[in-house]
Design a protein. Structure first.
Lengths: 179, 199
């Protein structure tokens, strides 16, 4: 996973996809986010992955327990606002000791335009940690590969919920045409 | 199996559904469905839930996708299904052929003092399942309806939703193990073999 700063800025979705393959992820649960759109396309095109578009994010937490029971590794892709929907369901990961890696694209973070995104964005790491999730952050594109790999390894090797927060500094803020 | 109310006896129904279950994996929603499957017989292929309300059907989806050759049955209550009712849409889109969702609908929250749920007031979970795109939901009202349900569970020929109207009586508690790591590990070993512990 060696990448230069220049290529990392645009290639990080490909880096994540390669890591999902390397770690034999077979179930990808997601609520779409613009920041994950390239990764989602790659996963949908992969016949060895079951991609499940969720109604709400906590469904993905429950699904990762089911996948693990059946021998399939899972991952949950979502935006930071979706983390708030997951809180109680994360009890399952603590109770059953289930690998539950989550890759979270941040909103309400660096340079946010939409005030509605700020409360959950600022609370994302705190609430994940309150539920026993091990969290790391990547605020530079070249750090994403190492952070995501740590999140996958930590989940599958030590049986618990883990998360990487991908900072808005990388993704950029949506400004609705009003810069 | 029929009670004085004219509705099905929940434990007699669950017992009949699980009789001769073979390699069927069963997820039971928290509360009475977990006590029901345990009363019938605790086994490693049972996952009785103690929490995660609203997640039972999605746990079933995860197992069904991971184990496509094995029949998977989710047994849950009306309150638990209502909390995660959007999962019907999620699951209908994936439509694994080996998954059945059986809702034991007593129209009440049984664990918290028998408060009425929305199904007591006309909300029809079978119609919601049909609206999500799950074809021909089964309505289980008498013992005569059970063989078709069992056939659907084991046929692995299409995603199935079944709604059983059951008597609301609370039955004696029959508690499964509470240690979630044990429940998970024993089911993984039963489905994946002894090497599951080394992953």
């Amino acid at each position: 996973m060696v990448s230069t700063t220049a290529s990392a800025a645009t290639d990080w979705p490909e880096t994540i996809y390669s890591l999902l393959k390397q770690y034999k992820v077979r179930q990808v649960a997601l609520v779409p986010d613009a920041g994950h759109s390239r990764l989602i396309k790659r996963c949908i095109a992969d016949n060895d992955m079951d991609v499940v578009t969720l109604t709400t994010e906590e469904e993905g937490v429950a699904m990762m327990l089911g996948g693990w029971l059946g021998g399939a590794r899972g991952v949950l892709l979502m935006q930071s606002s979706g983390v708030g929907n997951c809180i109680n369901m994360l009890s399952l990961g603590a109770l059953h000791r289930t690998p539950m890696p989550m890759l979270v694209t941040m909103r309400g973070d660096y340079g946010e335009f939409n005030p509605a995104q700020v409360p959950m964005g600022q609370a994302t790491q705190t609430v994940l940690e309150a539920m026993g999730t091990l969290v790391n952050r990547a605020d530079k594109a070249e750090d994403i590969g190492a952070a995501v790999e740590a999140t996958l390894k930590f989940a599958y090797n030590t049986y618990r919920p883990t998360a990487t927060l991908i900072g808005q500094r990388i993704i950029g803020a949506k400004t609705f045409g009003k810069d | 199996m029929q009670t004085e109310s004219g509705k099905l006896h929940r434990r007699a129904l669950v017992g009949a559904v699980l009789e001769g279950r073979g390699d069927l994996a069963v997820v039971a929603g928290l509360g009475a469905p977990a006590w029901d499957i345990t009363a019938v017989g605790d086994t490693p292929l049972n996952l009785p839930l103690w929490g995660g309300m609203g997640g039972a059907a999605m746990i079933g989806l995860g197992i069904a996708l991971a184990q496509p050759d094995r029949p998977v049955l989710v047994i849950t209550g009306d309150g638990e299904m209502l909390m995660g009712v959007g999962a019907l849409a999620t699951i209908a889109v994936k439509a694994p052929k080996n998954l059945t969702i059986l809702v034991l609908d007593n129209e009440h929250y049984g664990e918290t003092g028998m408060q009425e749920t929305a199904t007591r007031h006309g909300v029809d979970l079978a119609a919601m399942a049909a609206g999500a795109g799950i074809k021909n939901p089964l309505r289980i009202n008498t013992a005569e309806d059970v063989p078709a349900l069992k056939a659907a569970i084991h046929a692995k020929a299409g995603l199935t939703f079944a709604l059983a109207k059951i008597d609301a009586a609370s039955l004696p508690l029959v508690l499964p193990p509470r240690e979630g790591a044990v429940l998970q590990a024993r089911m993984r070993e039963a489905m994946l073999g002894p090497q599951a512990a080394y992953e």
